[in-house]
Design a protein around this ligand. Structure first.
Ligand code: C2E
Ligand code: MG
Ligand code: MG
Length: 391
């Protein structure tokens, strides 16, 4: 179907656009955590035009900001109804560089937040990486201003552009949304599965949340549930729903499979990664003659501040009293103490045998931490399988 700019204008003036909401589910709780607002053009009683049929035309004619600005109040209105059913969910809006090239969207967001219609932490902005690349300085400064307001920023369709890593590096994203194409091919292509899982792991190491969209089957859901991704979205959970249907969906209070194993695995991964970073940095420091450009400080944190410590003092507390959970505290603290000792002697005369002794001690403690985490993981997996079999 060919759509013209004049038809889009007309539809805008007639109020023919509306949002559908596609639920996202938390892999940790199995509950709905939020929804993505996806625009639809209700041309007549029976015809709903999908965004791919008109957003590209609107973009080509610079009409997208008009659409976004006129739809934002609708989003806020819908959200107020959503909030009355479930106050803990978020809503995500897709924006383009064109939207950010004017200060209007920012002004609308600020006004809605100031008026209490939506809290900024419940509003997410999804932007594709190609949009951020083509964007001007204004785009970047609008994104920073939105983040300054407390709005969450997600990189949409991660992995499809040319410079996802560059954009991740330049802009303070809170989350990445893995592109559907990888997810749709996951079960038939081990390469796609690896790309999804490795991207989740990379995001974790950068302190970013991950959302996986395009989950069309139970098999894909169950393949992803332990990969450390935070949220899932896709037809298997629900298609995008008209506002009333989304409210009914929330009201039904359904639950999807959930597991703490993903977060536990991410704690393990961060732990091993942190140790590798430390060993590399110490090696480079000792080997280099010019040490001025090598900074060891950032690597040295207290045991509660590293990624594993955050997990231990945060989500991991759900396992308090569990012998494996409890048994990782002592070797983990010991690891931080050894690091402190290494840093305290690094600028003094010390023998390589001394250093080897400390690294061995670090490894022994790290192995004890890993063993505890892996035993805990295996037990949780067996419990999940047992529940599935009705044991
Ligand atoms: P997106 O932001 O990546 O949104 C995800 C798209 O995947 C949606 O298509 C959604 O309906 C579809 N989808 C969801 N689950 C599945 C699944 O399990 N399998 C498959 N194959 N597809 C799934 P939709 O609604 O047609 O939107 C297409 C694109 O149009 C969006 O991609 C987004 O880039 C753009 N778009 C949608 N709404 C807006 C809007 O309000 N403003 C702007 N600027 N762009 C929008
Ligand atoms: Mg999106
Ligand atoms: Mg997407």
């Amino acid at each position: 179907m060919q759509v013209t700019a004049a038809e889009i204008w007309h539809a805008l003036n007639q109020g023919e656009f509306r949002f559908f909401y596609q639920p996202k589910v938390s892999f940790l709780t199995g509950q709905v955590s939020g929804a993505e607002a996806l625009i639809r053009w209700q041309r007549d009683e029976r015809t709903i035009v999908p965004p791919d049929a008109f957003i590209p035309v609107a973009l080509a004619h610079g009409l997208v900001p008009e659409i976004t600005q006129s739809m934002f109040p609708r989003l806020v209105e819908d959200f107020q109804r959503i909030r009355s059913v479930n106050a803990a969910t978020t809503v995500a809006l897709n924006v383009t560089a064109q939207d950010l090239d004017t200060p209007r969207l920012l002004a609308l967001v600020r006004a809605a937040v100031a008026g209490g219609s939506i809290s900024s932490s419940q509003l997410e902005i999804e932007i594709t990486e190609s949009e951020t690349v083509s964007g001007s300085e204004m785009t970047t400064s609008s994104l920073h201003a939105l983040i300054g307001e407390g709005v969450q920023l997600s990189m949409d369709d991660y992995g499809t552009g040319y410079s996802s890593l560059d954009s991740l590096n330049r802009l303070p994203f809170d989350a990445i949304k893995m592109d559907q194409s990888f997810v749709l091919r996951m079960l038939s292509s081990p390469k796609s599965a690896t790309l999804v899982k490795a991207s989740v792991a990379m995001a974790q190491m950068l302190g970013l949340k991950t959302v996986i969209e395009g989950i069309e089957t139970e098999g894909v859901y169950n393949t992803l549930i332990h990969c450390g991704c935070h949220e899932g979205q896709g037809y298997w959970i629900s298609p995008p729903l008209a506002p009333d249907d989304y409210l009914a969906f929330l009201n039904a209070g359904n639950r999807w499979p959930a597991s703490p194993v993903g977060m536990l695995r991410m704690a393990q991964l961060s732990h091993t990664w942190q140790k590798t970073l430390l060993v590399d940095a110490v090696f480079a420091y000792i080997k280099s003659e010019k040490r001025g450009d090598l900074n060891l400080k950032g690597l040295h944190t207290g045991h509660a501040e590293c990624a594993l410590g955050h997990w231990h003092c945060g989500l991991g507390k759900a396992f308090a009293g569990d012998p494996d959970y409890e048994s990782l505290d002592v070797p983990h603290r010991a690891m931080h103490d050894i690091c402190e000792t290494i840093f305290s002697v690094i600028d003094t005369e010390f023998s390589l045998a001394q250093l080897k002794g400390m690294l061995d001690e670090l490894t022994d403690n790290s192995n004890r931490v890993t063993a505890s985490l892996q035993r805990l993981e295996a037990r949780l997996l067996m419990e999940e399988l047992g529940r599935g079999r009705g044991h």
